[in-house]
Ligand binder design. Structure first.
Ligand SMILES: [Zn+2]
Length: 262
């Protein structure tokens, strides 16, 4: 029995149709754009999916909104300056993308640690969506504030995801939102699907067993954050945990919004 007090798609007048979610793995898109707040976010979360799609011929774009120049206290050497750290982390992100097979890497140079889902950020992301015209956009889940009892979702992650979803809909596809982008020659573009990682209610699963080593190798490019720590065991454990529900050995899971095409 469904709970009549719970909102679903049918309760939203503009979205009168409930879209059945496929339980088979979706095919690799032709072009996908992944948006994250910090260098290494992608490698911890969706890198297996990107590696798999790259090997299936998908053209990939990584957008990193900050350059991770706040670092973390215990991982950052005392003599390090913010500009130096930004430069190092941008290079590490490029190296990680090379391992995965991501062709394009874009940095927006927002300040690490104080990101807000501003209209400026929404416009900057809209610009990139219109420039690359991806079929799929990948981002985090801005609605999740707590993961278990020991990890609060970083405010930059929430801000990045919030701005991304708003950039996809309605800004990217609507001509007269940010008309200045038309002046730049950027016509509206409608994204087909959004893959949202870190969701509490995932329904789409990507089997990453064949590329798990690639994901780990890409993550290891973030030397300034890992130092001597080998993340392999933790990444394998996470992938296994996410695969349990589907009886698979290694998975990345998503909530997928289908906006167009199905
Ligand atoms: Zn992060």
């Amino acid at each position: 029995m469904s709970d009549p007090t719970q909102l679903n798609d049918q309760a939203i007048p503009e979205r009168g149709v409930v879209k059945p979610e496929a339980f088979v793995e979706p095919p690799a898109p032709k072009r996908a754009l992944a948006i994250q707040a910090h260098p290494d976010d992608q490698e911890f979360t969706v890198a297996g999916t990107l590696a798999k799609w790259a090997r299936a011929g998908c053209e990939l774009v990584t957008v990193c909104i900050t350059s991770g120049d706040a670092g973390s206290n215990d991982k950052t050497e005392a003599q390090m300056t913010k500009p130096q750290l930004a430069q190092i982390r941008e290079q590490e992100q490029r190296d990680a993308c090379r391992v995965l097979g991501v062709q394009h890497v874009e940095f927006l140079h927002y300040a690490d640690g104080t990101l807000q889902p501003t209209l400026e950020l929404r416009r900057d992301l809209t610009r990139l969506i219109r420039k690359y015209k991806p079929e799929v956009v990948i981002c985090g889940d801005p609605t999740v504030r707590f993961y278990g009892n020991s990890y609060m979702n970083h405010p930059d992650h929430r801000a990045a995801a919030d701005a991304t979803l708003d950039a996809v809909f309605p800004s990217a596809g609507t001509k007269f939102i940010f008309p200045e982008l038309l002046m730049e020659g950027l016509e509206p573009h409608e994204v087909n699907k959004i893959f949202i990682h870190g969701s509490e209610k995932p329904e789409t699963f990507v089997d990453i067993a064949a590329v798990l080593d690639v994901k780990i190798a890409a993550l290891k490019e973030h030397h300034s954050q890992l130092h001597d720590w080998d993340p392999s065991e933790m990444i394998r454990e996470w992938a296994k945990e996410e695969g349990k529900q589907r009886g698979l050995d290694a998975v990345e899971s998503y909530r997928v919004m289908i906006l167009k095409g199905e």
